[in-house]
Design a protein around this ligand. Structure first.
Ligand SMILES: Nc1ncnc2c1ncn2[C@@H]1O[C@H](COP(=O)(O)OP(=O)(O)OP(=O)(O)O)[C@@H](O)[C@H]1O
Ligand SMILES: [Mg+2]
Ligand SMILES: [Zn+2]
Length: 460
């Protein structure tokens, strides 16, 4: 790496990219501790407006809106339906997609499968790997059963050399595994530092837009944010996909946390097998497969993930604490939301939870953050508190307000259809949702409730 003219020392937060002339213990921008690392700030080619326009075009002029080609019809199937779904209905040419996840979760596996499928249908695909040798990738490919005649592997970490090879090969899609291993010779910072990761992502963005080809960047995420934070990348790329939940289950959930070309929050559900990631045909059945029947504290909610309704089991455990004040712990739901609902239960229903430990878990490692699961959380807590089981063929959903009122939620009918499909007989839902429902003649009893007290009467 050459020492470029005008380079000066700066300290950059490795989580968010905030720069300071002095070392700081705590980042004033994102609040992270001990994240500052010495970097050399060199003038970046991408940030020189005299040299390049927005996407590296030599000059940009205003274009008439009506003359601009529409893009949406040009989406391509990746060949893996669950992956297309997360992307919003296929791959958009010219899009830059970040795929993040913890070590070993299956990022390379997924992208090797996508690369294989893409090369079968769209021609040349380039897989750039800075982490594994071509032999290792081939070994994985053989396990996954890839034929992939049009797939090319490039073990390379230097950005400029990668771009040369892209020029020479002219691929229809590029996969970079991982963005943290690639470095630009223009910068003196170490590979994986925020400034390198940004520069590399910026260059791939220019490449994607100029050549109208999709570029997929794999990014590592560690829980303590050791490597350059993907947060610094999120605003550069068009789409961010994350592997969600723990990797101790066999299934993997991939969520679109940002998407410029489709609904955010869309999820794809796969099972990790010896032959790679296999789409799960019926997610509700998978999430409910290990449900304890007749156990207090367990309730099924109809959640909406992106455009898809999914039935998920919530579990609560309320037990008297050894100590004065109880512990609260949640997995898969927001702890603050649960605290709020518990405060509501204390005030409106006179439940005494102060001296109890309360644990909440979403079975299956999925994360639920829509208010429609509120009523399910309340039902699970009350069920465990009273040690009374909820009927196993009852599904619950609704938003809960601080006055204990149950509020309407979106897309009640698609949630109900999923409940019918899974053999449920009864649904406890907001009364205000019932009015707008199309007639359902499928043996599902609908119980509309206006308040948490009514819901509890209906359930117990
Ligand atoms: N023979 C096998 N049978 C079943 N599953 C396997 C097999 N070999 C690997 N796996 C699965 O693949 C996972 C590793 O996948 P992969 O290498 O794609 O992860 P990654 O996210 O790219 O990891 P890294 O961050 O290290 O690059 C393992 O954790 C394991 O679950
Ligand atoms: Mg990998
Ligand atoms: Zn920061």
């Amino acid at each position: 790496m050459s020492k470029s003219k005008g380079s000066r020392l700066v300290y950059a937060c490795q989580t968010c990219g905030f720069q300071s002339p002095k070392w700081l213990g705590k980042c004033p921008d994102c609040g992270e501790w001990n994240g500052f690392i010495e970097e050399r700030a060199a003038p970046s080619s991408t940030s020189d407006p005299a040299k390049v326009g927005m996407f590296g075009l030599s000059a940009t002029r205003p274009l008439r809106y009506a003359d601009i080609e529409s893009q949406d019809d040009s989406r391509r199937d990746s060949g893996i339906a669950e992956f297309d779904r997360v992307l919003g209905g296929g791959i958009v040419p010219g899009s830059l997609v970040l795929i993040g996840g913890e070590p070993g979760v299956g990022k390379s596996t997924l992208m090797a499968q996508v690369a294989g499928a893409l090369s079968d249908s769209h021609g040349t695909v380039l897989y750039v790997s800075g982490e594994e040798s071509e032999r290792q990738i081939k070994l994985r490919g053989e396990r996954l059963g890839l034929k992939a005649d049009g797939l090319f592997l490039l073990p390379e970490t230097c950005l400029e050399r990668v771009l040369e090879q892209v020029d020479a090969l002219g691929p229809a899609a590029i996969i970079v595994d991982s963005v943290q291993t690639v470095f630009s010779m223009k910068l003196e910072s170490a590979p994986g530092s925020v400034s390198q990761v940004r520069e590399v992502a910026g260059q791939f963005l220019i490449l994607a837009k100029n050549r109208s080809l999709p570029v997929f960047l794999i990014g590592h995420v560690t829980k303590d944010g050791q490597l350059a934070g993907p947060k610094a990348l999120e605003h550069i790329v068009d789409t961010v996909l994350y592997f969600e939940g723990e990797r101790h289950h066999n299934h993997r959930i991939i969520r679109a946390v940002k998407n410029r070309f489709g609904a955010a929050n869309e999820i794809g559900i796969f099972e990790m097998t010896e032959r790679g990631l296999v789409p799960v045909a019926n997610p509700s059945a998978m999430f409910l497969s290990e449900r304890p029947v007749g156990a207090a504290g367990s309730v099924v909610v109809a959640a909406l993930e992106g455009s898809r309704p999914i039935l998920v089991e919530l579990q609560a455990l309320v037990s008297s604490s050894q100590y004065g004040t109880g512990k609260r712990m949640t997995v898969g739901v927001d702890a603050n939301r649960v605290s709020l609902l518990m405060a509501m239960l204390e005030k409106r229903l006179g439940m005494h939870l102060i001296g109890d430990d309360v644990y909440l878990n979403v079975a299956g490692g999925i994360e639920l953050d829509e208010p429609a699961v509120d009523l399910g959380l309340v039902a699970a807590i009350v069920s465990s508190y009273r040690n009374r089981a909820i009927d196993e063929r009852t599904v619950v959903f609704g938003e809960v307000g601080l006055a204990g009122e149950v509020r309407a939620i979106s897309q009640a009918s698609s949630r109900l259809r999923e409940a019918v499909a899974m053999g449920f007989r009864r649904a406890v839902l907001p009364q205000t949702n019932i009015a707008g429902l199309p007639a359902l003649d499928d043996g599902l009893e609908l119980v509309g409730v206006r308040s948490v007290a009514e819901a509890i009467d209906a359930l117990f």
